[in-house]
Write a protein that binds this ligand. Structure first.
Ligand code: PHE
Length: 364
């Protein structure tokens, strides 16, 4: 840059030479229109419009001119800078429009394309709970026993001290297998597996019998004609109700959470004597909320039946009731699922919609 022109020497400073300025403008315009990307344009703009560009230098030289020459040079440089600025701004708008157009095309989503991603599915919570219950008892040294779903009437009823006049044998509960008098029913509980096990082998017996059972109930919010139970059976020397209580407490603590306990409430079942309903301490309020919606404020939730195996059942199965005693219990899996997870409608459990099952996690 030249120093101030103190002598007012009417000398044109090189950078302000009209030709040089035209030249700078021409090369800036060429550069702007040659830029093909926004990044490139930005770099070129810095070179042609930035502080070190020829036109910026020329602008700074104006100060060194004699006053008479300043106006004209200022106008010339100002117009030149204006044209260059406009050219770059216009080119930038063009390149941005091209970019936006390209993004619209590249990122277009075809919403009509059929998505063939297959969901991985989910296991049914009934299967998950059943396996968890099995694991708990197997860990205590018990075995799993199974029996047929189409069962001999004798095993489903008679051997369990449910005589021919017992109300549970009436048509409203039991699904009989045709033809009439076939002697076969769809088992109404898993208790016949008790009898099968005792007929099959000698004590000591420690078995868990999970399975599907059937009753002629219509499907509604709280009932289903096909549901699942698991039955526990222990027959050994010296077995008492304390063993029943201890086994149930150990079990519920593992299924419902540490600290959950059971309560046995007197009841009646033909195949056990004495018999008891099994209540579980409410795992939501622990008996401390009179308005608890899970237990209805009672602090306890009924989950099944139990008792000491009736002597007559032991005898029917060929076991000496003077030498051996045993206990049995039965719990409904659907009911436990509804209570444990707040499932309000049995339809959700029965229908097998994967969106319902998926909520219970993907554990295998
Ligand atoms: N079998 C009974 C039922 O289905 C439950 C139960 C099993 C009760 C074992 C006592 C002992 O309701």
């Amino acid at each position: 840059m030249s120093g101030p022109n103190k002598n007012y020497d009417p000398v044109e400073v090189a950078a302000l030479d009209p030709e040089a300025i035209d030249q700078a403008v021409a090369s800036a315009l060429a550069a702007a229109s040659a830029a093909t990307t926004l990044d490139e344009l930005k770099a070129l703009r810095a070179a042609h419009q930035g502080d070190r560009s020829p036109l910026a230098l020329a602008n700074r030289e104006i100060g060194a001119l004699p006053p008479s020459a300043k106006a004209e040079a200022g106008k010339r440089v100002g117009q030149a800078r204006g044209r260059v600025g406009q050219a770059f701004t216009a080119r930038q708008a063009e390149l941005e429009a091209e970019r936006d157009e390209r993004i619209l095309v590249e990122e277009t989503l075809d919403l009509t394309v059929v998505d063939d991603a297959r969901p991985i599915g989910a296991r049914h919570p009934i299967s998950l709970i059943t396996e968890r219950v099995e694991d708990i008892f197997v860990a205590m040294g018990w075995e799993i026993a199974e029996g047929p779903e189409v069962e001999a009437e004798w095993l489903n009823f008679d051997a369990l001290n449910l005589g021919p006049d017992h109300p549970a044998r009436q048509m409203q509960d039991t699904l009989f297998v045709a033809p009439e008098g076939s002697g076969l029913v769809l088992r109404t509980h898993t208790s016949p597996v008790q009898v099968r096990t005792m007929l099959d082998r000698e004590p000591p017996i420690y078995v868990l019998c999970p399975g599907k059972v059937f009753r002629s109930d219509p499907l509604d919010a709280t009932h289903t004609p096909v549901f699942h139970q698991f039955e526990g059976l222990v027959v050994d020397e010296g077995i008492t109700m304390a063993h029943l209580k201890g086994s149930l407490d150990a079990f519920v603590a593992r299924l419902f959470g540490e600290g959950t306990v059971t309560r046995l409430r007197p009841s009646y079942f033909p195949f056990t004597e004495p018999s008891a309903e099994i209540d579980v301490r409410c795992w939501i309020c622990s008996g401390e909320d009179d308005n608890c919606r899970t237990c209805g404020g009672t602090g306890w939730i009924e989950v099944g039946g139990s008792g000491m195996v009736n002597r007559r059942v032991l005898s029917a199965a060929g076991i000496d009731p003077d030498r051996y005693t045993g206990f049995a219990f039965g719990l409904g899996i659907e009911r436990s699922l509804m209570l444990r997870h707040g499932v309000a409608d049995m339809h959700d459990i029965v229908e097998g919609d994967v969106r319902f099952s998926a909520q219970f996690g993907m554990e295998i």
